[in-house]
Write a protein that binds this ligand. Structure first.
Ligand SMILES: Nc1ncnc2c1ncn2[C@@H]1O[C@H](COP(=O)(O)OP(=O)(O)OP(=O)(O)O)[C@@H](O)[C@H]1O
Length: 287
């Protein structure tokens, strides 16, 4: 059975999350004809470059508020570049530039008046490889965003506990908060990094293949966490793993060679895509 058939069948049978199986699509409660939630992020004619190389082309889409939007596509199609344009991390690469508009709650983040450092607190990012600050303890890692930005915290002990509870790490680390973040397993480190992002109270969380360095059990825990995060945050998830996109996301954007080929509800992308290129990709004909 192809992955498309498998995904399709799972969608039809309405199976629920269980480990790494392909399910959770049914958690997308809207039927295709329903109205999409309002956009948290409106991207219009976004183009990104590395020097003269035109990496993403004229991307226009609305990322719905309080949902998980997955970005899928073959290697090199521009997924990470697109993601990094959403909090202006792209421009930190020497020679990189972007054109177009990215409106978050109606404000163009590329406007000169927008401070990119403050923006990145509102639009936090979780990376492929867990990257706790190596010289900091678990506690210090959670508070790192405040420290690096010179923001005082009224109740650091309470904040550390709250954030570690949010990522379901508290019980595992509460007795060793002063140990190095590197003393944790890969999956625990990734949840610590998510706690670090949550500590500065973002509105949007960008996740760039957050499970690619994790084992299946750690992956399942991070996926469960993403499912919980969407109750409070808008999430954009770059993933190579179509099963993960199907399990975790409400909407999916399919990129190919720098173009946005199709954007729709995840259920539609995996069961009834409009574009043959999308169907070829989700059925594993190329990738
Ligand atoms: N720092 C860079 N300098 C020059 N070109 C780059 C740089 N980073 C990415 N690119 C190019 O931009 C294009 C898009 O890259 P990007 O990393 O966004 O793709 P991706 O879809 O995320 O790939 P992958 O799935 O392999 O991570 C690719 O052709 C890539 O080679």
């Amino acid at each position: 059975m192809s992955s498309f058939d498998s995904l399709h069948n799972k969608v039809r049978s309405g199976e629920r999350r269980s480990g790494l199986d392909t399910d959770g699509i049914d958690s997308c409660s809207m039927e295709p004809e329903d109205e999409a939630p309002p956009a948290k992020i409106s991207v219009t004619r976004l183009n990104a470059y590395f020097h003269k190389f035109h990496a993403i082309h004229d991307i226009t889409l609305n990322i719905p508020d309080g949902q998980v939007t997955a970005v899928i596509g073959p290697s090199g199609c521009g997924k990470s570049t697109f993601l990094r344009c959403l909090n202006r991390m792209h421009e930190q690469v020497p020679g990189a530039s972007a054109k177009g508009s990215v409106m978050i709650d109606g404000v163009n983040i590329y406007d000169k008046a927008v401070d990119p450092v403050r923006l990145r607190r509102r639009v936090g990012m979780v990376f492929q490889k867990p990257n706790p600050f190596p010289t900091m303890s678990i506690r210090e890692n959670v508070l790192a965003g405040h420290k690096l930005n010179g923001i005082s915290v009224k109740d650091p002990t309470g904040l550390v506990e709250k954030c570690l509870r949010q990522v379901a790490l508290w019980d595992e680390v509460k007795d060793k908060l002063d140990q190095s973040g590197l003393s944790l397993s890969g999956g625990q480190q990734q949840r610590l990094c998510i706690a670090r992002v949550l500590a500065v109270e973002p509105e949007v969380i960008l996740l760039d293949e957050p499970c690619s360095a994790l084992d299946p059990i750690a992956t399942a825990r991070v996926e469960e966490l993403i499912d919980e995060l969407k109750e409070r945050y808008t999430c954009v998830l770059v993933t190579h793993n179509m099963q993960q996109a199907a399990r975790c996301s409400d909407y999916t954007a399919f990129f190919y060679m720098g173009d946005l080929v199709e954007f729709d509800r995840t259920q539609t992308i995996f069961t009834n895509p409009k574009e043959s290129k999308t169907e070829d990709y989700v059925t594993g004909k190329f990738g």
